[in-house]
Design a protein around this ligand. Sequence first.
Ligand code: AKG
Length: 283
Amino acid sequence: MSSDKKKRSRVQGGWAVPSNVRSDRNKPKAPVGPAWLGKNIDQAAGSQKKFVYEKPEEEAKSAPPEQVISKPGVYDISTEPSGVSRLRFFPQFIDPDEANDLYDDLYHNIPWRQRNDVDKKTGESFLQPRLTAWYGDFPYSYSGLTHEPNTEWLGSLKLLKDRLEEITGVKFNSMLANMYRDGHDSVAWHSDDESSLGPEPTIASLSFGDTRNFEFRKKPPQSPDGAYDYTYSERLKIPLTHGSLLIMEGCSQADWQHRVPREYHDRDPRINLTFRVINPECG
Ligand SMILES: O=C(O)CCC(=O)C(=O)O
């Protein structure tokens, strides 16, 4: 680069015209931008017709904004002829030190395994994107998978079950444990509505480890061809933190679906325990 060019660039912040080049300032200017700019291209030349906005007869449909629950409380998330869907949320049900000890115990002593789900439509079997374990006197079946009875409750799990029974008044007889090893692990949209859980199951869900979002979407009416379109469904999200307790009651399985989506950021492991009541005669 010549020293003259360098100097002009430094002083003027860009490539200035060299001092020996004649200025074009007085030449007629070429139009800036595309040729149609500023012209009314929708109308025939000479037309005086003005554009008039007409309100569409039907309101444009849009999905309601997603709600976030992060504070402790009792939330009636819907009331339908079928009944009320109720959530109770306790973000710090277990204090952080105790939650750390429980996390270590559960991480090392639950017999975690990666199992297979079966796709209902294709019959194809695929590895679940998480690890699971089942505790209870009875088997539990969902998504083409059966957990065999397992009565070897860890001491810490028995104590947690007692505490949950005390606050809910429900006598839980089983527990499904999920381990999300990192942000790639997930559970897809589903409801815990197997007949063995009865019509309005109370499910108590404890979380340990990294926070993951627990999402709900309202079940839409079934269309005549039997399909469900969730495009405009109500949605809500609960960040399930270390030591939190979420209780799902009433119609929250019949009228809503839930999931833990895959994350696109790094996540540390998370353990979730869902205490349930299995009625073997309903299964
Ligand atoms: O990990 C969670 O918080 C939810 C697990 C779940 O949806 C289930 O076990 O049915």
